[in-house]
Design a protein around this ligand. Structure first.
Ligand code: Z5A
Length: 212
């Protein structure tokens, strides 16, 4: 490796927990402090696969549940060459949702087990840090109504939250739970502290493979 690699930092969490708000703030803070950083989000709705996913989420098309799960995974795999290149160049990637959302959302549907849900994402670049923005359903409700998209229903979101709790038992992943009910600035401070630590550790470690 010619230069020290960047860190792969993922934000996960329930609906309206503030993932996008905090990804933006982290990205801006890293850039302003002179640390190369870029933001990514999944699904990436700009690609051909992402457009199929977007139509599904907006209820403009129907897709069989296994099929859409594999599309979400393919949407991550198509970004892997670019992600590896950026990380090797020393750029830290701040990522809004990743494979954990993939597993939690499909795993919350009837008839799916976590092992099957994880399998298409085995071997993806492993995040150096995954921060789970924890927010109770009542606090989330204070941030406005659900939108119009397919998964934005409270029963389903509760099932998703349970799946995230199961995933967070996996000690092979560097999970950090963040209290997302704090002010935007206080959440940002927590996220910045964890991120700087993970970035220092990542510099001396090779990029690993997820769930391998
Ligand atoms: N999905 C899947 O099924 N499989 C997969 O593999 C992947 C995803 C990757 C994508 O939605 C959907 O795809 C998602 C999972 C599924 N479905 N759901 N539900 P998306 O990425 O397009 O949108 P989202 O991730 O669902 O966004 P979100 O969860 O609704 O929002 P958020 O990013 O967590 O929060 P925000 O937009 O930053 O903030 C929400 C509001 O709260 C906003 O008004 C903020 O100003 C406010 N806010 C934020 N922080 C605070 C604090 N600290 N205090 C008060 N108010 C705050």
């Amino acid at each position: 490796m010619a230069c020290k690699r960047g860190a792969l930092i993922v934000l996960e969490g329930v609906d309206r927990a503030g993932k996008t708000t905090q990804c933006n703030k982290l990205f801006e803070a890293l850039q302003q402090s002179g640390r190369p950083a870029e933001m990514m989000r999944f699904p990436d709705r700009t690609t051909t696969i992402g457009k199929l996913i977007s139509a599904y989420l907006e209820n403009k098309s129907d897709l069989e549940d296994h099929t859409v799960h594999l599309l979400f995974s393919a949407n991550r795999w198509e970004m892997v060459p670019l992600m590896k290149k950026k990380l090797e160049q020393g750029t830290t990637l701040v990522v809004d949702r990743y494979a954990f959302s993939g597993v939690a959302f499909t795993g919350a549907k009837p008839g799916f087990c976590l092992d099957w849900c994880k399998s298409p994402d085995v071997g993806l670049p492993k995040p150096d840090l995954v921060m789970f923005l924890q927010l109770s359903p009542s606090e989330a409700a204070l941030r406005g109504q659900f939108g119009e998209e397919r998964y934005e229903k409270s029963d389903f979101q509760r099932a998703v939250q349970n799946k995230f709790q199961q995933l967070m038992k996996d000690r092979s992943v560097n999970w950090q739970v963040i209290d997302a009910s704090q002010s935007v600035e206080d959440v940002h401070k927590d996220i910045m502290n964890h991120s700087l630590k993970a970035m220092t550790c990542a510099q001396n470690q090779a990029l690993a493979e997820l769930w391998k």
